[in-house]
Design a protein around this ligand. Structure first.
Ligand code: OMD
Ligand code: FE2
Length: 475
């Protein structure tokens, strides 16, 4: 059914209500009295609702990691026709990465912003995989439990049409969506969230949602993490406060529609492939819920950045918003790091990011403005990939402008910017179509080719002489 014939979902009100906190045990009732008291699963639930649990961790996960919610709904999720494989609208949602459809490359890669297509495209059809990262050792061992693997998908979406009479969920992993253009009105089983560019949203594995686009053409980035969930990073010596504050994470309040919906479609990503099932009601029929397995959003402008206040450039981990851990302490499946507006004050310091090679792989996107390491070519809506140990750093123009500014540079405020990085311990394989994409910036390497050697023996002698004279003068 297309947008024109679909019953419109009610508009989101401007002052949508939220609950606040990260990892809390939340509860919410759209109708007072809908939550059972004292137990989760009474013989008869209030108002004749069905009780249904959604588990985001194994039943026996340690208590501090255990995540589940109880949903009290008009009809249970199980009431649907059998799932059928969905005929793909494009071949760019890749499930199995192999030598014929992807490759790993140490080359620095950059993509220009993707244009939103003119043809009607909703969030599902506009979602396409760019990269996939798999821990190959585990892949061999655990072929029959793909959801247990350490896997990451990086996707981009472009959309111009609401998801009418259908809901999506990934049975594979959690979606972290980073909108770059256009607000998202996201209806979930737990309630509704408005997510604007410069905000991000996490939609946990299995949670059903539909995305409407109040601003029309929209695009953004998605990371899907498998087998783990996001946490707030430890703050170590920073102390008890700073970076992303738990209370700035917002969780919806219960919202439901109970009308019958002939031909409502559930689209489920399962093992990387899409399946559909028909049902005669909206899955957004949860009248009350409680638990800690929830969708949530975070406004990146609320982030409280920390940084060097005297010398040198801090490692980007200082600006980690969320981290999805592996079993090795300090090694992330995915760190979500931002580069927000802030003051640069370091003295006698090359202030932009340093030149570097990293055993972790770095995928970057730009939400707005410019990025401090790239004077040219890295545009809002664009993306770059620097895989494990691939050298990268500021482009020639940035280097030369920084040196020209000199060592007495005054405090400088980086404004009008919001870049982010998905940093992972896994090595990405890039889809062939992404490598062959017309948006691929084949000249990316050129941005460093102009970096000149400034080293001369005359300079060595001159600086040694200055050092020597300086030393003598001080006596
Ligand atoms: O490569 C990048 O631009 C990301 C990055 C930023 C920074 O400030 C330090 C290291 C780093 O990888
Ligand atoms: Fe980097």
């Amino acid at each position: 059914m297309d947008t024109a014939t679909a019953p419109a979902r009610p508009e989101f009100s401007a002052d949508l209500e939220y609950q606040s906190g990260f990892g809390n045990q939340f509860s919410s009732e759209a109708i007072a009295g809908a939550l059972p008291h004292g137990q989760n699963s009474p013989l008869l639930c209030p108002y004749g609702l069905y009780a249904e649990q959604i588990s985001g961790t194994s039943f026996t996960s340690p208590r501090k990691h255990n995540q589940r919610s109880w949903l009290y709904r008009v009809k249970p999720s199980v009431t649907h026709e059998p799932f059928k494989a969905r005929v793909p609208t494009h071949g760019k949602l890749v499930s199995e990465f192999n030598d014929s459809n992807s490759s790993a490359t140490p080359t620095q890669l950059r993509w220009k912003p993707v244009e939103v297509p003119e043809s009607p495209t909703d969030f599902i059809d506009g979602l396409y995989t760019l990269l996939n990262e798999v821990n190959e050792d585990e892949f061999d061992e655990l072929q029959h439990a793909p959801h247990r693997l350490k896997i990451l998908h990086y996707s981009r979406y472009t959309a111009n049409k609401l998801m009418a009479n259908c809901a999506f969920c990934s049975a594979d992993g959690d979606f972290l969506i980073v909108p770059q253009e256009g607000r998202l009105w996201i209806t979930t089983e737990c309630g509704r969230l408005q997510v604007s560019p410069s905000e991000v949203v996490v939609l946990p594995q299995g949670m059903r949602f539909a995305i409407d686009l109040p601003d029309g053409p929209s695009r953004g980035y998605v990371a899907e993490i498998f087998g783990t969930h996001f946490q707030l990073p430890d703050l170590g010596p920073i102390g008890a406060n700073g970076l992303a504050a738990p209370r700035d994470f917002l969780v919806p309040v219960a919202w439901f529609e109970s009308c019958s919906h002939p031909g409502f479609t559930i689209v489920q990503k399962f093992g990387g492939q899409l399946f559909t099932a028909k049902q005669d009601f909206s899955p957004f029929n949860v009248v009350a819920w409680h638990g800690n397995y929830v969708p949530y959003k975070y406004d990146l402008s609320k982030f409280c950045p920390y940084n060097t206040v005297l010398i040198d450039h801090s490692d980007p981990s200082i600006n980690t918003v969320l981290t999805a851990p592996t079993n090795t302490p300090g090694v992330a499946l995915l760190d979500f790091v931002i580069f927000p507006p802030r003051w640069l004050v370091a003295e006698n310091t090359f202030r932009p990011p340093y030149y570097h090679r990293n055993c972790m792989s770095e995928f970057m996107g730009l939400i707005l403005g410019g990025y401090e390491a790239k004077a040219d070519g890295f545009l809002p809506g664009g993306a770059s990939l620097h895989s494990c140990m691939t050298p990268h750093g500021p482009d020639t123009k940035t280097f030369e402008a920084t040196i020209a500014r000199g060592s007495d540079a005054r405090p400088q405020r980086i404004a009008n910017t919001m870049a982010f990085m998905f940093e992972s311990c896994l090595i990405p394989r890039v889809c062939s179509w992404a490598l062959e994409s017309p948006y691929m910036d084949h000249d990316y390497y050129q941005c460093w080719i102009g970096l000149k050697s400034h080293f001369t023996y005359e300079l060595v002698n001159q600086q040694n002489q200055e050092l020597h004279n300086g030393g003598v003068d001080k006596k």
